[in-house]
Design a protein around this ligand. Structure first.
Ligand SMILES: Nc1ncnc2c1ncn2[C@@H]1O[C@H](COP(=O)(O)OP(=O)(O)OP(=O)(O)O)[C@@H](O)[C@H]1O
Length: 345
């Protein structure tokens, strides 16, 4: 039995279907991410699970029990939001203890639990600090500890890192994931940031217009997008029609009409270079029109008979022999052409 089972959940706002017969099972200890563009229904789904929004159809099952009609406080679900929402007039200790006091836990047990939580979030010296004395990242860790203190069966996180600056955000991603693994905390995490979803999750659900359009491990989602929408959303995939593939030399006999090709799967070579790799490839001549340094990656835009393509290469300084205006050879391994579903989102 799954820890959490979302069954056929449907929600309308007026005439708009915001969640469309959505199904999702989450296993105990799993970290599942809902990833999708603004407005696709991610937050609404979390709010339905937490009992903060009423759904029109479907059921939310927690450990086999239907909790759809339970009050939020009785669901055994914790939630962390983008804004930390700590009580400004309370210390870190009191913020974490707040929910436990509400549940009338004995004082000694509260102290023990808060101590544990403070160890988990690694803020032992800040027990008596007030929120305004903490950095954004520290405040979010306290918000997390406050939600975890009640030992929820499922933790819901709505873009908890998006108010933080890039460096803190990256560090906290790792910390959060370590805490989640250590406690075996079943987690649903919402983000619109592809990198965040791919680096943190056991499983990623890509959402579009109230539906999960693809679900899989980060590796599956990244290397095998099933639709044009997922390919465009998840990376800088080039989307090619079968006609555009025919601009290459080679035996173009692929099943399908539309293909996704990752920028790093193609390679550029100076025209005169002898190519030794034996991987079956399509090959074409093209011209480099743009070259941008993205740290350790060089991003090239090339023109192949009017078709613009993005090609990424490792940035090994000064060694590529490639530059803007050059006509070069472009090779595309046949197995890297991922067939996309016809007309699907
Ligand atoms: N209280 C509300 N009343 C009317 N429409 C709403 C309400 N809350 C959300 N919506 C609409 O429901 C849709 C889904 O919103 P939701 O906040 O779930 O999306 P999201 O994927 O979390 O987006 P974001 O990443 O921008 O937070 C949007 O079109 C939004 O405008």
């Amino acid at each position: 039995m799954s820890r959490l089972s979302i069954q056929n959940v449907t929600k309308y706002f007026g005439a708009d279907t915001v969640l469309d017969h959505l199904n999702l099972d989450v296993e105990k200890g799993e970290f599942v991410t809902l990833l999708g563009p603004s407005g696709c229904g991610k937050s609404t789904l979390l709010r339905c699970i937490a009992g903060l929004a009423v759904m029109e159809e479907g059921a939310i099952m927690l450990e086999g029990r239907d909790i759809s009609a339970d009050l939020p406080k009785d669901r055994g679900v914790g939630m962390v939001f983008q804004s930390y929402e700590l009580f400004p007039n309370m210390t870190v200790y009191d913020n974490i203890a707040f929910g436990l006091k509400m549940h009338k836990m004995p004082k000694d047990a509260i102290r023990k639990r808060v101590d544990e939580m403070i160890q988990v979030i690694d803020l032992p010296n800040k027990m008596n600090a007030y929120p305004h004395e903490l950095s954004g990242g520290q405040q979010q860790r306290v918000a997390l500890a406050r939600s975890m203190a009640n030992q929820p069966k499922v933790m819901l996180m709505d873009e908890p890192l998006s108010a933080l600056d890039a460096k803190i955000r990256r560090n906290l991603r790792v910390e959060l994931r370590n805490i989640q693994k250590k406690l075996g905390m079943t987690t649903i995490f919402v983000t619109h940031d592809q990198e965040e979803a791919l680096t943190m999750s056991d499983r990623v659900c890509v959402m579009y217009k109230g539906k999960i359009v693809q679900m899989g491990t980060p590796e599956e989602i990244y290397t095998n997008p099933k639709t044009e929408f997922v390919a465009r959303f998840i990376g800088n995939y080039n989307i090619l029609s079968i006609e555009e593939l025919r601009l290459w030399n080679g035996d173009i006999r692929l099943a399908g009409k539309q293909f996704a090709v990752r920028p790093e799967s193609m390679r550029l070579y100076p025209l005169l270079e002898t190519i030794e790799d034996l991987i079956p490839c399509f090959e074409a001549e093209c011209m480099i029109t743009e070259a941008t340094v993205l740290g350790n990656i060089m991003r090239y835009v090339v023109d192949l008979k009017g078709l613009k393509l993005t090609v990424d290469a490792l940035n090994i300084s000064g060694k590529s022999g490639l530059g803007i205006g050059m006509t070069v050879k472009l090779r595309l391994p046949i197995e890297e052409c991922k067939v996309l579903a016809d007309g699907g989102v």
